[in-house]
Design a binder for this molecule. Structure first.
Ligand SMILES: [Zn+2]
Length: 432
């Protein structure tokens, strides 16, 4: 990119230059829930509910459908593998005008435009949509979509199948260790490998140690989604103070929340100390809940201040906070500015509220050291949608930077220098 004499550049030239730079710069995608390609092609349950064009809508768009008033019965029929794919359009048609302009609608429209070259969703395009879905969903499509189409170097994956999965494409789908069930004592095969017999808290500790010794060297980070279920106010608690509660828990006896909280607090810090020992950043869900009719906004409001206390309690741990703690993103700017161990991952943000994400990124660039943000993750299960999320994110990133240049906060050259850091270099440096 040649250095430009900016006084001679029109706004259109500036925007075009920035768009081109953002388009041609690869992302490191720091958060997805992708299963392996062979699992997708064999439609493993329960992750893949149907194998037609509506699969592309079976996550965030589905939640918007429910929010718009679609009944559970309609939703079940729409995502069923037994309903005819072409007839499915009739179920969704009356809801489409209300969702097509939401970010989840844009992700879908971007995906079908980018992958299938379909511009308009209507009665006449559904058949073509289904044909294109089938012809794209073929062996080799993961790498083609992620690298060739979406221009993503690789993804970090939080597996929906096991606490850690060795991927069949280890250079494309790097993995994080999922910690939720290890902290909440979820005694299921997802977290408890067959060869472990759990009779005491120290057995549980040994099992946590095993996940780290087995996969800590190849994991990119650890992931915690407990903000969906509780405050992030984890206190330090000694093992001996929670041993009895642990035994009640694994013997399926009733446990008071105050006791259970203490047990979770203890295991949280046990896991965090392990992650820190292995040099693994700790990725945490904050803010908005996916799904419908469950969100505790009082609790979310506390996320930024709870996160600040975590940063203070564990100065040697690198915390990566997800989703801007939306809608409380000003607080997250303050947090990331203050704490040297706080980083922000904008995964899902563009497909949640793209204008808030743009606003956040502009403010971040002018407020927080620019090495502490990762700007992309689709947070999706379906690989096709990664292309749609990436298009939306690139549009937002280009607009954010363009506005900073045209409003004369930074120069065009400064803007262009920034792009590679926020799209992949920061991630390369933080996630070894
Ligand atoms: Zn996620």
């Amino acid at each position: 990119m040649p250095r430009c004499n900016e006084n001679r550049l029109s706004h259109i030239t500036i925007m075009n230059t920035i768009e081109e730079k953002v388009l041609n710069t690869p992302f490191i995608d720091t958060h997805e829930h992708l299963i392996d390609e062979s699992e997708r092609l064999s439609c493993i349950e329960p992750v893949i509910q149907c194998d037609d064009w509506t699969l592309l809508l079976n996550l965030y768009f589905r939640f918007d459908l429910a929010s718009s008033g679609m009944s559970q019965e309609q939703s079940n029929r729409f995502f069923s593998k037994t309903t005819d794919p072409i007839e499915k359009w009739d179920i969704i048609k009356s809801h489409w005008p209300y969702i097509k302009n939401t970010a989840s609608g844009f992700v879908f429209r971007n995906t079908v435009k980018t992958l299938y070259n379909i511009e308009n969703i209507s009665d006449s395009s559904i058949k073509e949509l289904q044909t294109c879905y089938e012809s794209t969903r073929q062996k080799g499509f993961y790498r083609h979509i992620i690298q060739d189409i979406a221009n993503i170097k690789h993804c970090h994956v939080h597996s929906p199948i096991r606490a850690f999965r060795k991927s069949e494409s280890p250079d494309l789908l790097f993995q994080d260790i999922a910690l939720d069930g290890l902290i909440t004592v979820s005694n299921i095969p997802f977290y408890v490998p067959e060869h472990f017999k759990i009779n005491s808290l120290s057995d549980w500790h040994l099992m946590i140690d095993w996940w780290f010794s087995e996969y800590g060297q190849i994991a990119k980070g650890v992931k915690i989604g407990l903000a969906y279920f509780r405050r992030l106010d984890f206190e330090k608690a000694e093992a001996k103070s929670v041993e009895a509660v642990f035994l009640r828990k694994i013997n399926s006896q009733p446990v008071e929340w105050s006791d259970e909280k203490l047990l979770q607090d203890h295991l949280f810090w046990y896991c965090i100390d392990k992650a820190t020992e292995y040099g693994l950043p700790v990725k945490m869900h904050t803010g908005q809940y996916a799904m419908n009719n469950i969100m505790d906004m009082h609790r979310i409001k506390n996320n930024p201040s709870d996160c600040a206390l975590l940063c203070k309690k564990a100065p040697d741990t690198r915390f990566i906070f997800f989703h801007l703690s939306y809608p409380y993103y000003e607080e997250m700017l303050s947090l990331a500015k203050h704490f040297s161990n706080a980083y922000i991952d904008m995964c899902w943000s563009w497909s949640l509220n793209p204008l808030a994400a743009k606003d956040f990124l502009k403010k971040f660039i002018l407020t927080v050291p620019n090495n502490k943000v990762f700007t992309f993750g689709g947070d999706d299960v379906i690989v096709e949608n990664v292309a749609g999320h990436a298009t939306l994110a690139r549009k937002g990133i280009a607009q954010a930077i363009n506005e900073l240049v045209t409003d004369k906060w930074i120069t065009l050259n400064e803007a262009l220098e920034l792009v590679e850091d926020i799209m992949y270099r920061n991630a390369e440096k933080v996630f070894k």
